[in-house]
Design a protein around this ligand. Structure first.
Ligand code: NAP
Length: 320
């Protein structure tokens, strides 16, 4: 099969197209003929050698963890009716033309949803839907979303708004803030302006019941004071290079519940349920995946450069 490997930790140039043996399905597994693989900001960070304490990978490895495609082979014990079904799945190593996946982790893609959209939702839709559930966002709550123009951010804006929340998004530049408003935020502020913090407080009417921080670092830490007493703050994002460092004592004193990356790790059953939910929302037109650009698999290094340079509006995907 065709694949792309990280040959050593480093810049996008370490992503090399290679030929690897076709995967064989074991008991309870299927082979997916991959249509699209998604890319995540974190994959560029892991490729660069960041986060070794969280991510157990050693080069050479095939990066990526989510695919959409068609089942072409079934392993022992897997009913033959899976053959030909359009599915999404989390896999280990998705930058490849074929992937092996446990049948228990497959979600069937509804007819109304194309495989490109399905791939854009395989991680971001699942985590986004899970995050909205974990932080229990309800009607009328004020929700602040950092990184609102990102792959997951664009979905979080829509999912929180669909729950009846009043959403305020933070993004960089006029094009991205305008997209965030279009997706259902009542306000979107540009973090490159000097007074973004003040304008954000005003847009929230004082403070946020829930803060969803997909950026981390200094930006995440500066948004923490905007959290209402008794509110929730999720520090699940680190594209800035680190998760937001928060004063846990202050959080406890103010009754703020903190969530982290560990709160968005889901077991196989939950993954399947959340994927089904996100795909269902896309099928009925309530959830729109914003696609920035699609690169052929062999040009994965350009895809990583695009993600790192943050110029793209929407999700970057690989056509496998
Ligand atoms: N997707 C998932 O399933 C998942 C699961 C667990 C955790 N997460 C974490 O959630 C975060 C967001 O994920 P995503 O998939 O939405 O990523 P993404 O599509 O790459 O979006 C990241 C967002 O962060 C902003 N950003 C990037 N670098 C920044 C910096 N140095 N300073 C300020 N803002 C920066 C970008 O906005 P601008 O370019 O407009 O500034 C962009 O909107 C990531 O840290 C990811 O690891 C995601």
């Amino acid at each position: 099969m065709r694949a792309v490997q990280v040959k050593e930790f480093g810049g996008p140039e370490v992503l090399m197209p290679v030929e690897l043996p076709d995967p064989e399905p074991e008991a309870g597994e299927v082979v997916i003929d991959v249509a699209y693989a998604d890319t995540l900001f974190v994959e560029t960070q892991v490729r660069s050698g960041w986060g070794r304490e969280y991510f157990d990978v050693t080069p050479p490895y095939v990066p990526g963890g989510g695919v959409s495609g068609t089942v072409t082979e079934t392993g022992p014990g897997v009913p033959a009716e899976w053959l030909g079904r359009r599915v999404v799945s989390h896999v280990r190593g998705s930058y490849a033309s074929r992937a092996v996946a446990a049948v228990s982790g497959l979600a069937v893609v509804p007819e109304e949803v194309d495989l490109l959209t399905a791939a854009a939702l395989v991680h971001d839709g699942v985590t986004g839907a899970g995050l909205i559930e974990r932080t229990a966002i309800t009607r009328g709550e004020r929700v602040l979303i950092l990184g609102a123009s990102g792959g997951m951010g664009t979905l979080l804006v829509q999912l929180a708004a669909a729950r009846g929340a009043r959403v305020v998004g933070l993004a960089r530049g006029a094009e991205k803030t305008s997209l965030v408003r279009e997706l259902g935020a009542t306000a979107a502020l540009d973090i490159t302006t000097e007074d973004w913090l003040l304008s954000t407080r005003e847009a929230l009417g004082g403070s946020a019941d829930v803060v969803l921080d997909g950026v981390g670092g200094e930006l995440g830490a500066s948004a923490f004071p905007l959290t209402a007493d008794g509110g929730r703050f999720s520090a699940h994002g680190a594209p800035s290079g680190d998760f937001a460092r928060l004063d846990t004592r202050e959080a406890a004193n103010r009754g703020i519940r903190l969530f982290g990356i560990g709160d968005v790790q889901f077991g196989p059953a939950e993954l399947g349920r959340l994927a089904g939910y996100a795909l269902g929302e896309a099928a009925n037109g309530r959830l729109r995946a914003v696609i920035g650009e699609v690169f052929p698999l062999e040009r994965a290094r350009e895809a990583h450069s695009a993600v790192e340079q943050r110029g793209m509006v929407g999700k970057v995907l690989l056509e496998c």
